[in-house]
Design a protein around this ligand. Sequence first.
Ligand code: IVH
Length: 713
Amino acid sequence: MSFATIAVEQLTEEQAAEELARLAAEIEEHNRHYHTDDMPVITDAEYDALKQRNLAIEARFPALKRADSPSDRVGGAVLEKFEKVAHRVAMLSLDNAFSEDDVRDFVARVRRFLKLSENVPLPMTAEPKIDGLSLSLRYEAGQLVTAATRGDGAVGENVTANARTIRDIPQVLKGEAPDVMEVRGEVYLTKADFAVLNDRQAAAGKQIYVNPRNTAAGSLRQLDTSITASRPLKFFAYAWGECSALPAETQMGVVEQFRDWGFSINPLMKRCDTVDELIEHYRLIEAERAGLAYDIDGVVYKVDDLALQGRLGFISRSPRWAIAHKFPAETATTVLTDIEIQVGRTGALSPVARLEPITVGGVVVSNATLHNEDYIAGIGSDGQPIREGRDLRVGDTVTIYRAGDVIPKVLDVDLSKRPANSEPYVFPETCPACGSPATREVNEKTGRLDSVRRCTGGLICPAQAVEKLKHFVSRNAFDIDGFGAKQAEAFYHAGLVKNPAEIFTLAARDEASELTKLKNREGWGEQSAANLFAAIEDRRSVDLQRFIFALGIRHVGEGNAKILARTYQSAAAFVEAMKAGHDLESEAWEDLVGIDGIGPTVAHALVEFFGEPHNAAIVDELLTHVHPKDAEPVASDSVFAGKTIVFTGSLERMSRDEAKAMAERLGAKAAGSVSKKTDLVVAGPGAGSKRKKAIELDIEVIDEDEWFARLGE
Ligand code: IVH
């Protein structure tokens, strides 16, 4: 008999003991699927829910805690790792378009950035977006030397031995090749090969794979190369990284050269002259989709002219010169069985729909996001009705959709199937984790209540603390090997690490401790504990940008963290300015809101964070353990390196955005307003108050021609 559906508060002691036994076995099984087989069968949220339930029962019946309690166990069997490879040129992701309008907006944006009028041709390429995993192949003197996965875009895994087993990947480039050439593309498995592989798995009584993409990923990331070799992986080349001499001046030209070097290139890639042609090609690819041998999930458009690509550059992680036009998401109908509330790192209460499991796009889905309280009630973020005002209730039959990798969403509800006794959902007004009141702030801009309800428990809320810790160690933050979300949670609940600073005292405390040492804890041994301490040691020095992002300040994502790192350059200067900026009359505040790209909302969030003494104390403490690397000024040989530049008035040869992007590439900072810190003002016709202020402050003012002259153009 299972008591899985009985609420923790209602379990008898006897039932609780049985539940703990069941949970220990079940969690152990999922650990194995996740860590050893690389094939989780439940989502992270479901896994977390099992762990949470186990913890809650243990909290209620401490005497029943088992010797093999999953709360004490961190991770699974440790695999030997792949070596890391730093990408010389970052591997980027693509921005998405979901409609024809989005595509037209994208092309218009490109034209605006380049100041290209409608009558100037702007050829673009259109090609299928392959649903596989990207791989970067480095050739030196025409010989394959390294193959690396994307990883976090900056650092990937060295899978060279495995890549050599893929027949589509030449070991040697045919004909003439540059000294250094990094060819990038997608590793994939055909639908037919995937089916054969699954038949084989089923015949052997083994678990079947979810979809071709995950299988391709699992096949490439095998420590046993013979397994990779036994999988019929394929590769399409479509992009490049570092390269000592480009073989052509257009996207199409380079890809054709890939073919001549011996790569497979996608036959559906086409050069188009107008947006209408792009859309037409999208429709054609969409029509062919089902009949293609491999999975695709959209069409990628790229500016064909490489000189224009160079001018367009990048915005945080994606190029301005490309976009992925995604196919419509698949939908499915299922029953909403429950609504659960999760508490995020900034206290946001996020409702999650628990669903009767259903397959959407080849993946089994059992939960979906419900965004916020208003979304459940049928109100959009603009205060207007959504779903014609239909609310969502437990027991409802709902349509869900899933686009790519993102969390599934609930689209609509079928009222004809609503159970007669259903009740509107009542959103909690207290935090389910700490019991503090949860409130909705008034949005200053709109005057309306914010759609998100937040826990006001702040520092006393354990859910916020755990989420902050998870964020701190996450991939784009401190990224500590062997210290992921699961470990963050376990260490927090075991009382070992309560805040980020304590991560860096863990080894010393472990050394000194009379209590259970990590190596003696369930799931750990001498070696894994030593590895973890070494990995932590290794992260005592991180990029300033990661450090700022890791703090988990509201509104400070990777993009803003990068801007802040570039502006303040050192952790000490950043922290000092944020503390001083709490005084809204201060120069520090004025500088902060003057930074191009940092608006008042972000600026307020920053100074409020540092104005909270506990936060400031943890950051100070953290800085005694870690030493963020000063942000390096880029292109230090340029005459503009390190300078703060303000562009104002109308520019003729470039758009304002291109001017700013150009300044940043030269290692300068583009600011939105003129202050004592400004070094140079580039003023076009019509420049007004900013030019005046610059003259008052005795700051050099030049025109656009002079700017280009100094650039040497
Ligand atoms: S171009 C700088 N072309 O999509 C742009 N990417 O969301 C580099 N992908 O990580 C990417 N097919 O793994 C490009 N024809 C294609 C693609 C493609 C699939 C993947 C790639 C990338 C992801 C971005």
